[in-house]
Structures are given as C-alpha cells and as structure tokens.
Design a protein around this ligand. Structure first.
Ligand code: SF4
Length: 150
C-alpha cells in the first residue's frame, strides 16, 4: 500500500472559469482520463485549482508558485485546454514553461474527453496530427467513458 499523499494542482482554461470542477474531481476519484496513471491505492488530493487568467495565460506565470507553497507536487493542465474551440495554442508551451521555471512535472489533461467535444473536433480537424495524437492519448478513454463524461 502506497501511503504518501500526492498533492495535485489544476490549471483550467479561463473560458471555463465558472466551472466547478465536477469532471476533474470525479475523474481523479475514478482514476479516469489523465488521472488513470495514479494507482487506486495512492492517496491523492487536489490541493490547488485556478484558471490561466485568460489569453495569453498570464496566471500560468505565477500561480504555480502558490501551488507549490501549498505542497503541490504535480500540475495538470485541464482537459478544457485540449477540447476548447479552438484548443489552447499555448498548451505545450505552458507545460515546458512551468517545468523549466518551477521544476515540477506538468501533465496535460485531467478528465476524459466528453464525447460531444470529441465528435465536433473529429469533424473540424484540429487534432489531425501526430502531436495531437500524443496529447490526446491519456484523455481519450473508451466511448463508454467519454459518453459518461458528456
Ligand atoms: S485558450 Fe489557453 S491561454 Fe486562452 S484562455 Fe484558454 S488556456 Fe488560457
């Protein structure tokens, strides 16, 4: 049994600033989406939750500092940055910046992609590249799970 708690910080896209985090909290509980790599025995806590501050994401520059002061050990960039219309163009830069500036791991994604977003993006095509295939992999999940997160 693993005992040491992992403290997680989440940064969401400001477009979803009123989101109460239901899908992210649920996905952590269910170990779905990008949270599936935490074992069910691993004690976890969402210790910080904020948004990017709006394009171009000014809050990404400073919010990790406060998260780390509160014990956060890993930061997730929420699935909203992947599924927004359009997807966040700064997603990979944010990951590289936070990891370089704060020396903390950053994971792209939180909850599974809801099926309704998946279908629209399939038609619009912003994910049609090897780069996006890699980004999507942790949060794609099965059709059944994507529908459950609609
Ligand atoms: S698209 Fe990116 S930079 Fe713009 S509000 Fe969303 S997360 Fe922030």
């Amino acid at each position: 049994m693993e005992s040491k708690k992992i403290k997680i910080g989440i940064i969401i896209c400001q477009r979803y600033q009123l989101c109460a985090g239901g899908k992210c909290f649920r996905a952590l509980r269910e170990r779905a989406g990008a949270f599936k790599h935490y074992s069910k025995d691993q004690d976890t806590e969402i210790a910080a939750y904020t948004n990017c501050g709006g394009c171009p994401g000014g809050n990404v520059e400073y919010s990790p500092e406060e998260m780390i002061k509160n014990g956060v050990q890993v930061i997730h960039l929420a699935t909203g940055l992947i599924v927004g219309y359009p997807p966040c163009p700064r997603l990979e830069y944010f990951k590289r910046f936070i990891e370089e500036r704060y020396q903390i791991p950053v994971i792209i994604g939180t909850h599974p992609i809801p099926e309704k977003y998946y279908l629209i993006h399939q038609r619009l095509g912003p994910w049609d590249s090897p780069k996006w295939t890699k980004i999507l992999e942790p949060v794609l999940d099965s059709l059944e799970i994507r529908e459950a997160y609609n």
